[in-house]
Write a protein that binds this ligand. Sequence first.
Ligand code: UDP
Ligand code: MG
Length: 336
Amino acid sequence: MPTPNEADPPAPMPHLSILIPVYNEAGNVVELHRELDVVLRGLGQSYEMIFVDDGSTDGTAALLSAIQDSDPDHVRVAFLRRNCGQTAALSAALDLSRGSILIPMDGDRQNDPADIPRLIAKLDEGFDVVSGWRKRRQDRLITRKVPSWLANRLVARISGVTLNDFGCTMKAYRRRVLEGVRLYGEMHRFIPIFAHWQGAKVAELEVNHRARTAGKTKYGLGRTFNVVLDLILIRFFQRYAQRPIHLFGRIGLWSILLSFLSFAGMLYFKFLHGPLTGDRHKDFVETPLPLLAIMFFLGGVQSILMGVLAEMIMRTYYESQSKTTYLLGEVRQGPH
Ligand code: UDP
Ligand code: MG
């Protein structure tokens, strides 16, 4: 590879970046590059394809190197040192990308490059995010489509963003939407939600989805659980990221209240129940109330302390990165 020379003019920024994480897709990458090449050349805009090899063990890396050699002006390849997962690989591609429009897609040819021009056209209608919808999804029904349908309903409901298919990798973003977004877990599917919260305009567009013809899927039913857990986290972030004590503190206070009630109940059964009703009194050990009183009390105190810790962490987070707790649009003012 030639080393960049100080005197060389800087490489022009491509307009479009296609981001493709791949893990063991030796049967797909060559054909995918060919398909992308045809579509992207036809667009008449500058572009780059960024393949991130996610620690493949089936020879994908060598194929990607060959692809890069054959199309050095448009292809950039990054190799991760071990398998880091699709979301992490996509983050790597994002960090490397230079385009002002970013289009992630799968490396297994299930997404169709022919949809790229339509995604861009939709962005040009004035949107910041266009999310693909695999309306006729070519995957297994019971382990993939049904859980995904349920998860999508849940995500839409909880996040207030009404997309039909959050899981579709193929989406188009304006770069500014992704600035500062860090991706963890399975979160890449939730970028439209983060974007929506930041005031971006989000649209959905039906895209083609093809059955896998080579290699096999890396996921099963288990991923749905991860998605649901991420969702709980997102919900927490949406509502409480800036005031965690309000959540933990409330749980803690309720718990301590329950503890006092249990304590009062315990005293009642020992000392008042007998005289008031004529029944036999109940000893402390005869009811679960003493145990509950202690449990709720400790749980409540713990929760409040956890809230305090969360507040300290939250402040460190915002202050160390000079993040503001508000989202500034534009400031208009006179010269003074
Ligand atoms: N992938 C990856 N790292 C992983 C798992 C998957 O980069 O650890 C890539 C994979 O090569 C493909 C994309 O992520 O390009 C989607 O994976 P897959 O087709 O297995 O998921 P599905 O389409 O079945 O949801
Ligand atoms: Mg796939």
